[in-house]
Design a binder for this molecule. Sequence first.
Ligand SMILES: O=C([C@H](O)CO)[C@H](O)[C@H](O)COP(=O)(O)O
Length: 211
Amino acid sequence: MKIQLALDRMTIPEAVGMAEKVAQSVDWIEVGTSLIKEFGVDSVKEMKRAFPDKVIVADIKTIDNARYEFEMCFEAGADVATVMGVSPLVTIDASMEVAGRYGRMVMIDLLNTSEEQQRELLKYKDAIFCEHVSKDQQEEMGAKNQGRGSSIFSGERMVAVAGGITLSSLVQLQRTLKPEVVIVGSAITKAENPSESAAQFKELILHGEGK
Ligand SMILES: O=C([C@H](O)CO)[C@H](O)[C@H](O)COP(=O)(O)O
């Protein structure tokens, strides 16, 4: 299982600094939606410049204009870019086409998708599917991705999980959704000691139940 560090609500230098602190414990680095909205794709460029050997995920959450936005992210150095699963399928088709042309990957964010939409999305065999509990659901409703229930993507496609994930919810998520990628933001970036927190996630994945 890979750990994707999500960097949100900070400046580009703060994001690079945070990634430096925890780099040895994380596999992928996500330039969060808030960074891309606030600072543009320069945030992606700067992160790739600082970490040329890490997989950089541009969490652009595209819902339209996929060809333009995906080319922009990949030109900036992203290895993976995100598109919303609720988008018209033509948008997801375009993002997959661009990713294929660049030899990069698409992560489809399943936020608010219906069962019917999810079944339609299964056809994207090369995509990563992110089971996501949003910031608003977390902050306004007290929800967290606790790994309850199941996913039609588990065991069929590459699965990522996101949304307020902690060490204890990761144990549960591993049992239920069986993700290949665990996306962790605030549990690391807002911890008193981010490098210790990231190391605990890595330890759990390497030697604990998160293996
Ligand atoms: O995608 C995210 C969110 O929608 C804000 O853009 C976060 O990257 C994701 O939720 C991970 O962050 P935490 O929930 O703080 O772990």
